[in-house]
Design a protein around this ligand. Structure first.
Ligand code: BLA
Length: 512
């Protein structure tokens, strides 16, 4: 794995971010042996939070430290086998000695019961806005609206200065597709793209399991985890599901360069896969209380639940118009002896389908063209190039046919993109569609060829320092072919195969 400039990016992926050996200081962590809930590992700030002298923590049973309520609930959840890291036990309880309540999150992972505690803070501000926002989320009809509503609600809820929806593309680059920001934040990040290496693979894998990260203060001191007795040779404590996990120092450097101090990121999952993140920025430290964080994750889950539906609806509406053209083409063919002529010379032509610039029918080595297309010999070459990528004649589409062979770039003004489906017993016949070049630029948050900087000794990889808008012009690209174009092409190809077979049968009967 290397950047365009040849810097090796593998170290970024190798950092074992799930075992940092430290947590953030806004809470304390205890790792307990599941059988007797005796203490195995604790964060150095735990004595302070639980109000016991440092030397004594390890001698106090949990019930004395945190109270019977917590212990009872843990025992109950253990009995039910319900301490899943992805869905921790939550409760608020005051310490046995009294005082303000602590908010607890408890989960079992890596052979321990992990208890994380922090001051509960203000819990009541939350519910008032939540029901109204949920109803609005339920009613939106487009991804744009859904995104806008979600970022605005989360900013209102948290006071963050910027909230973004960040969507991954198939190569794991990302794009900010929705933004709400404070008026005095000068630069908008909306529409900017960020390279894959900004959020390395192990981080994405972790975020698909643990859905949220909050960093109240980027520059706060990390709190080390300490072991009770000797855990020599023991594995470091696995913080995959810990909400207090200290984040990678490399990433905190990235936020320093971006001018971000307080931050959050919450995973958006679609069909069990990481679809994107909701990202929050604050220039100053910002402690979002645990109750408000819960509301944020609920809103993000609501966003994710509506996402599939909203995306499918948009696709469906667009597809519907073309299903009708498909039907017209079938009608024209039904009455014709020559299917190629019916597709290229009727009142509705093949080029109408998919709003293509031009189309071609290849039959027995003959090419019939309609609309704007490359010359016949190039059409045949393109068909051959796509046939090689086709799985038993199934449609193949590309928005960048010059990527298959650079000699096709010559025809980019009319055929930057092409889609083909192959027909006939030996798949020698084909239907093809062409799309012209479209001006496509991608605005990156920093030069994507230089995703990193290196320190003076060239020993460490650091995040890049500049996030200055960097525009890349993409040459020889057409509009992409959505998956429904492939489906309709497949259906048309299938129908033509049937028409031909029927026709040949009729001819055979006549000749007999
Ligand atoms: C993690 N990188 C992240 C995270 C985000 C980004 C959102 C998740 C952690 C969090 O909640 O903050 C990237 N943040 C962005 C982007 C924007 C933003 C794109 O605000 C744009 C608006 N990062 C690098 C390089 C390395 C690297 C060069 O740029 C490695 C050498 C590493 N990024 C890196 C690592 C993590 C990370 C290791 C995991 C942090 C953790 O969870 O411990």
């Amino acid at each position: 794995l290397a950047s365009a400039e040849g810097v090796d990016l593998t170290p970024c992926e190798r950092e074992p971010i799930h075992i940092p050996g430290a947590i953030q200081p806004h809470g304390a962590l205890l790792a307990l042996n599941p059988a007797d809930l005796s203490l195995a590992v604790y964060s150095a700030n735990a004595p302070n939070l639980f109000g016991v002298p440092p030397g004594e923590l390890r001698h106090r049973p949990l019930v004395e430290l945190a109270g019977a309520d917590l212990v009872g609930r843990i025992r109950e959840a253990q009995g039910a086998g319900d301490l899943d890291g992805a869905n921790p036990l939550r409760l608020a309880a005051a310490l046995p000695g009294g005082g303000a309540p602590l908010d607890y999150a408890v989960h079992a992972h890596g052979g321990f019961v992990i208890v994380e505690a922090e001051p509960a803070g203000d819990r009541d501000a939350v519910p008032a806005m939540l029901p109204r926002t949920m109803v609005r989320l339920r009613d939106v009809r487009s991804l744009a609206e859904l995104g806008r509503l979600t970022v605005t609600a989360i900013r209102d809820l948290t006071g963050l200065e910027r909230v973004l929806i960040y969507r991954f593309d198939p190569e794991w680059n990302g794009e900010a597709i929705a933004e709400d920001k404070a008026a005095d934040l000068e630069h908008s990040l909306l529409g900017l793209h960020f390279p894959e290496s900004d959020i390395p693979r192990q981080a994405r894998e972790l975020y698909a399991r643990n859905h949220s990260r909050f960093v109240p203060d980027r520059d706060s001191d990390r709190v080390p985890l300490l072991s009770v007795g000797s855990r020599d040779g023991a594995q470091p404590l696995d913080l995959t599901f810990a909400r207090l996990r200290a984040l990678s120092p490399v990433h905190l450097e990235y936020h320093r360069n971006l001018g971000v101090n307080g931050s959050m990121s919450v995973s958006v999952m679609k069909h069990g896969r990481l679809w994107g993140l909701v990202i929050g920025h604050h220039r100053e430290p910002l402690l979002i209380p645990p109750g408000v964080r819960t509301a944020v994750t609920l809103l993000v889950d609501a966003f994710a639940m509506r996402l599939t539906e909203v995306e499918t609806t948009a696709d469906w509406d667009e597809r519907q118009a073309h299903v009708e053209i498909h039907a017209r083409l079938l009608e024209q063919m039904a009455g014709a002896d020559d299917f190629a002529a019916a597709l290229t010379h009727g009142p509705v032509t093949l080029a109408r389908l998919f709003d293509a610039g031009g189309a071609a029918v290849i039959r027995d080595g003959q090419v019939q063209l309609v609309g704007e297309t490359p010359p016949p010999e190039t059409v045949l070459e393109m068909a051959e190039a796509l046939r090689r990528r086709s799985d038993s004649g199934h449609p193949v589409g590309t928005d960048h046919i010059a990527g298959i062979s650079p000699r096709f770039a010559e025809h980019s003004n009319i055929a930057s993109g092409a889609l083909a489906v192959f027909l006939g017993p030996d798949l020698a016949n084909a239907l093809m569609w062409f799309r012209p070049e479209v001006t496509r630029t991608i605005a990156w948050g920093g030069d994507p060829n230089k995703p990193v900087s290196v320190d003076a000794e060239k020993t460490r990889i650091l995040p890049r320092r500049s996030f200055e808008r960097w525009t890349e012009r993409m040459r020889c690209y057409s509009q992409p072919w959505p998956s429904w174009t492939l489906e309709i092409a497949h259906s048309l190809g299938h129908a033509i195969d049937e028409v031909i077979v029927r026709h040949q049968r009729k001819l055979a009967e006549l000749n007999a």
